[in-house]
Design a protein around this ligand. Structure first.
Ligand code: BTN
Length: 336
């Protein structure tokens, strides 16, 4: 049932992104507060407030109201204007909803889904205050360091096929990261991006469906790009591209690659069906076959060895008794 009342937050004021663009186009040149105020159509005190806000996001804007402002370095903000230019011709370049701070891009994308927003809408945030992870967990979403993006899709598939989109998104993210950094990720069924045994990112797919037909699916992707450290409870299990390479990663570049890969994979999935995902997933994931794992779900915890994927993308596990079970829900971890 569609929701009666929408609680969509306001997206980033386009004038803030216009301020970033103006400064970026004139990088290293001091522009007076008066000129910025005139070109963007706000007061000088608003310009000052926004510059301070941008600084909090890591934008290296120098100067103050008396002298004017300049950028020390072009910022790695995921502004819709720049993204749209880079995504010309893509379904993901049409409706981009950007937030400096939002509770969860998945939450917002669900609202857009109910509001009949077309397929391809992208929800992006520089920071999430209530990022959602799998199984009701929180997703740590530090400001300006990770990629927090959710895509709205309206595929004509049955609900049982929707989890394949999670695995597909993992393949797209893996390819994008490999192309940009040369690093090879492992994929842990169904939704974990792993690097050197630690979690680099994750995917959370949610949907609204009738019994036989999906109404819409949202695919939320989180990638740890430039985090330098994690909270104590995550530090032994999480990693970032920066932590692994000692280099800072262009989030804009990575996001563009990710969305392009995703679009290609999505079209292939719609055309060729589930096997286009399951076969590729099996060929790149060390978890798909022959891995000793512990599976825990609400009812039990058991050990076994992975034995490939079912045609719907569910993981098969051979239990110690010799019986083969299909994991529908639950956590899978490598047995030590
Ligand atoms: C997981 O591995 O537990 C899934 C993590 C998914 C995180 C992303 S970040 C963007 C999107 N918005 C959310 O609230 N969650 C997903």
């Amino acid at each position: 049932m569609p929701k009666a009342k929408s609680s969509l937050p306001e997206t980033t004021d386009r004038r803030i992104t216009a301020l970033v663009t103006l400064l970026a186009e004139n990088a290293t040149i001091i522009i007076s507060g008066t000129r910025i105020a005139r070109e963007i159509g706000v007061s000088r005190s608003t310009v000052w407030r926004w510059v301070q806000r941008l600084r909090e996001l890591g934008v290296r804007a120098k100067g103050h109201p008396r002298t004017g402002y300049y950028l020390e370095k072009v910022p790695d903000l995921l502004t819709p204007d720049m993204l749209k230019t880079r995504l010309k011709g893509s379904i993901f370049g049409r409706h981009i909803h950007h937030y400096l701070k939002v509770d969860s891009t998945n939450r917002v994308a669900m609202e857009l889904g109910y509001s009949n927003v077309p397929e391809g809408a992208v929800v992006l945030a520089e920071e999430q205050t209530a990022g959602r992870g799998r199984a009701g967990r929180a997703w740590h979403s530090e400001r300006g360091t990770g990629i927090y993006v959710t895509l709205l899709l309206r595929p004509k598939i049955s609900p049982v096929q929707a989890p394949l989109l999670t695995m597909m998104a993992g393949l797209s993210a893996r390819a994008a990261i490999q192309a940009q950094t040369g690093l090879t990720l492992d994929l842990k069924w169904p939704n974990d991006l792993m690097l050197n045994g630690k979690k680099l990112g994750g995917i959370l797919t949610e949907m609204h469906a009738e019994p036989a037909q999906v109404r819409f699916v949202i695919v939320g992707i989180g990638v740890n790009a430039n985090q330098e450290k994690f909270p104590a409870e995550l530090s032994s299990i999480a990693t970032s591209l920066r932590a692994q390479t000692s280099r800072s990663i262009s989030r804009m570049e990575l996001l563009v690659r990710l969305l392009r890969e995703f679009e290609t994979d999505y079209n292939r999935f719609l055309r060729d069906g589930a096997a286009s995902v399951t076969q590729r997933f099996e060929s790149v994931s060390s978890y798909a076959r022959g891995k000793r794992v512990i599976v825990s779900n609400a009812a039990e915890t058991y050990a076994g060895v992975t034995a490939g994927l079912s045609p719907e993308g569910l993981l098969r596990v051979e239990r110690e008794s010799g019986s083969i079970v299909t994991v529908i829900a639950g956590d899978v971890r490598e047995a030590s």
